[in-house]
Design a protein around this ligand. Structure first.
Ligand code: MIG
Length: 616
């Protein structure tokens, strides 16, 4: 059962697709403290949700800010990543789903400041609040998902393995990577193009020198069985004669400052304007721009930098330069030195800069910070709405998101590191994202930043073989991390082949979850509600209807503790052909899992169905 409450004068977000009648007043479960909502928690309450955010599955014990952020360092002290997913699910004596539909920043203090209190604070206390009750956690999630509408369904080939890198700067580099995969018999369906395929980082252009005859190159790759997936950034380079810039300018589609002029920001192309994706006309225009690449045979994209990420604004840069001139004149003492250093750091993603421009949203003007979390969402929506009119299926996933964006595309989990803790985070985050409708998701396998060891890469593949988006991606200035760079490539190849052997299972279960508003990957407690032990488990997951996984995510571990909530059949794989079976009893086990092994636990009664997929 869903109840809706209204506070103030909420800005519409388009997150929900069902009309729910508004209740009078405020729900009794909350104490109101000024504009804040306060909820007393029981010691035993477990709090799931918040989609893409740091830390574990149970969000208790930390503060999370839902504010789409370009955050390249996902450490424990951070409060915001790229997505804003304001859904919480309390599992306790009574289960309760809470969705706070608010496009401005919202602060969730989940028993951090006070051990027994959930506190929700607003910078702009105008929002819709949904409370969802139901017989079980699964039912609540399903009701929530019905409220927000069906998740994006990608083409089947998007469940293949993808290789990415910032960057493969030329067509020949791409050819080489594809050739190597073929040579070493490593399955590959997608090759991602990062910003260097563009001419001077201009969206909807290609660099003729680095990628000559782009269209025939796309064709050449298709003949190799490869989908090229180019990146699209949010900012549009300011350059006279560049059609996207000229059209945006002529039509007034860029975000404006108080004085009505277009805001100028620095991102990869240099100075850019930001398209006002909240404006329907702008969305239609921008969406149709993807055709520049689609008409050349491209059938997939990733949208980046759409929090939006701002390296600097022109105004702030100018004022910082002025200030530095002042410092130069002074005798720089240590105090001043730190001031100066902070000043330079404050150039990027500055809070005040997000207050310095405006949107034309359904004919009304809104200051950016009040609708901040809708920006990346509406960039994805621009693309998704355009793709919906095509007779070809298009892969789309984004970095920034808000609930609602899940109907138009998936997301990847951003700039993680080659750290074991980030493999663990990938496991928890994927389950939390499933609750809020982002089913097509995955993290950069091996880690985006930092150098990946052969051991970490193998273990990461052993988990990521179950994530819908299976993409190996890494940053500039890191060691190359295609699987053939590693001495244990043969083991990695076996895991990727196992993914392909289970492709139909993964696809069928994913599709089922989309069509039925269910979770493809979820905490084991959701299916074994009432099992107090299952409730404590954060590092196992149910994948589809038939199996449970227990990934290894610790360096040098050659096994792990596994809790089985019922009798299951353990399958231990080295490759699709080489596996053992062992019936296991409900309860606690220590399971040996060698570096090159994956274990899958098949649920009771599902053995035939699951093994049938393997035999295909
Ligand atoms: O400022 O396009 O998260 O995947 O490789 C960095 C370069 C911009 C951030 C994305 C990452 C991508 C990178 N981008």
């Amino acid at each position: 059962m869903i109840k809706k409450y209204r506070v103030g004068n909420p800005i519409p977000t388009g997150a929900t697709i069902i009309e729910v009648k508004t209740e009078e007043g405020m729900p009794k479960v909350f104490d109101l403290d000024g504009d804040s909502l306060v909820l007393r928690l029981d010691d035993e309450d477990v709090i799931y949700g918040l989609g893409e955010s740091i830390r574990g599955l149970n969000k208790r014990g930390y503060v999370y800010n839902s504010k789409c952020s370009d955050e390249p360092l996902h450490t424990e002290d951070k409060s915001s990543l790229y997505g804003a997913h304001n859904f919480l699910l309390i599992s306790g004596e009574k289960n309760l789903g809470i969705f706070v539909d608010c496009p401005a920043r919202v602060n969730f203090d989940v028993a951090f400041s006070r051990i027994d209190e959930l506190r929700i604070d607003f910078i702009y206390p105008h929002y819709e609040l949904y409370l969802i009750e139901g017989d079980s956690l699964k039912v609540i999630v399903k009701e929530f998902r019905e409220l927000i509408g069906k998740s994006y369904m990608p083409p089947k080939w998007a469940f293949g393995y993808g290789q990415s890198r910032w960057s493969y700067p030329t067509a020949d580099d791409v050819r080489e990577v594809v050739k190597k995969h073929r040579e070493y018999d490593i399955p590959l369906d997608m090759l991602y193009l990062d910003i260097d395929y563009m001419k001077d980082y201009k969206d909807f252009t290609t660099d003729e020198d680095a990628f000559p005859k782009f269209e025939s190159f796309v064709k050449e790759m298709q003949d190799e069985g490869i989908h090229l997936i180019p990146i699209i950034d949010a900012g549009i380079k300011i350059e006279e004669g560049y059609d996207v810039y000229e059209e945006g300018k002529a039509n007034g589609y860029f975000c404006k400052k108080e004085d009505g002029s277009d805001i100028v920001c620095g991102v990869w192309p240099g100075e850019v304007h930001f398209p006002d994706f909240l404006n329907t006309k702008c969305r239609e225009w921008f969406g149709a721009k993807y055709d520049f690449l689609i008409s050349k045979g491209i059938d997939g994209f990733w949208n980046d930098m759409n929090e939006p990420a701002i390296f600097y604004t022109k105004e702030r840069l100018d004022s910082v330069f002025e200030q530095i001139d002042e410092y130069k004149k002074e005798n720089l003492d240590i105090q001043k030195f730190f001031e100066f250093k902070d000043l330079v750091f404050s150039l990027s993603n500055n809070e005040d800069d997000y207050k310095a421009f405006y949107h034309d949203y359904d004919g009304k003007r809104y200051r950016h910070d009040l609708v901040h979390n809708l920006y990346g969402y509406n960039m994805t929506r621009a693309a998704g709405e355009y793709f919906a009119g095509l007779d070809k299926e298009i892969l789309m996933f984004s970095r920034a998101s808000y609930i609602g964006a899940h109907r138009y595309g998936g997301i990847w989990q951003g700039d993680n590191h080659a750290w074991w803790s980030h493999l663990k985070m990938n496991i928890c985050m994927t389950m939390s994202l499933n609750m809020v409708g982002f089913l097509y998701t995955g993290a950069d396998i091996g880690g985006f930043a930092g150098n990946c060891s052969s051991q970490l890469m193998l273990r990461w593949l052993e988990f990521a073989m179950f994530t819908p988006l299976m993409r190996n991606h890494s940053a500039i200035d890191t060691n190359r991390q295609e699987v053939y760079q590693f001495d244990n490539m043969a083991d990695m190849r076996n895991i990727i082949k196992l993914r392909y052997a289970l492709m139909d299972y993964i696809y069928d279960e994913f599709k089922y979850a989309v069509e039925n508003d269910e979770m493809y990957m979820r905490p084991i407690y959701f299916d074994y509600e009432g099992d107090e032990m299952a409730r404590r488990v954060e590092d196992e997951a149910l994948v589809g209807d038939s199996i449970m996984i227990a990934p290894v995510y610790e360096q040098n571990a050659v096994g792990r503790y596994v809790y089985l909530p019922e009798d299951m059949l353990m399958l231990k794989f080295k490759s699709p052909e080489d596996f053992s079976r062992e019936p296991m009893c409900k309860g606690h086990h220590y399971v040996d899992i060698a570096l090159n092994e994956v274990v899958i636990f098949v649920r009771k009664g599902k053995e035939e169905k699951f093994l049938g997929y393997l035999d295909k």
